[in-house]
Design a protein around this ligand. Sequence first.
Ligand SMILES: Cc1cc2nc3c(=O)[nH]c(=O)nc-3n(C[C@H](O)[C@H](O)[C@H](O)COP(=O)(O)O)c2cc1C
Length: 334
Amino acid sequence: MFHPALKTPLCEQLGIEYPVLQAGMGFVAIGDLVGAVSEAGGLGCLGAATMSAPKLREEIATVRRKTDKPFAVDLLFAKGGSSSAQPFTDDVAESIEIVFEEKIPVLVSGLGDPGPIVDRCHDAGMKVLSLTGNTKNALRLQDSGVDAVIAQGYDGGGHTGRVGGMALLPSVLDALNIPVLYAGGVGDGRGLAATFVMGGQGVWCGTRFIATYEAWGHDNYKNAIVEIGDEGTIRTRCFSGKPCRMYANGTTSAWENPELQATIEPFPLQMRNVSKWLGKDPYMAGRRDGEMAVGACAMGQSAAVINAVQPAGDVVLQIMEEATQALERVHPMG
Ligand SMILES: Cc1cc2nc3c(=O)[nH]c(=O)nc-3n(C[C@H](O)[C@H](O)[C@H](O)COP(=O)(O)O)c2cc1C
């Protein structure tokens, strides 16, 4: 039996059993992973920012074949459409329409402000969650009407901010009056227990769910998460132009050189720049082909406590079990 206190109000709002949310990671978070996490009682989230419209529909169908429980879609709300009435890029606007047509229960914004469509989401019965790396932006998102904010600390995998998690979560909690979840560095249930004790209502885990059978990615990528310790990643601008926490390898160390750093182009142009330098697409080399010595493989410091590649559903239940044990150490259920 899991600790009853872990059934937070946000679980009720989202219609899920456990406050364990799987991060909507580009390329990695496909329908198989999302379906497995939601079916186990957590909230799976499709990493739809990198999906074409047909691919998004296909992955939604895969989730629905695996579960009838709630799940989410994550998009990056990049600004700028072809008409002045459209606040987001044409690709994002197309994905948003699919989210409405398919009646997806939860929409997550990994970047930018979903404010212009929050009322429409609520009218359709959807919940909206937004990621932030600092308190100022968290306040802006609350003003936009989102249902909950996910505060992501510096230790997190992928694009990440400057504020460490232990400072960020309480700061955001003090500033906001809506539910707050925590992301960044949560590799096991102790992170969920700590989040809960601070006042957070759940965790959003990325790296932990890459090391699962259902995630999309080469086995070398998944195994690297199991193998590295707390110093095995680096926050670098070399792959995308924005600070991004990645597996530390030959490419990341070469780009620590000040002369190369001076040539880094702004997001997303750096992707083309680094591909030219390497002679191939570093993202495909890493996550698809498993070339860990040179490829781009996003992962976070939580890899330090991830010790096995497992079924995603088992990960959800294990995080709950570990969080229960951690809370029991402080206050036995009796
Ligand atoms: C491989 C990878 C891809 C990611 N892609 C996205 C994305 O497309 N959208 C998004 O909102 N966040 C993305 N993130 C960040 C995650 O949503 C999440 O906040 C982060 O993984 C949490 O830190 P953790 O990895 O330590 O659990 C990505 C992270 C990783 C590791």
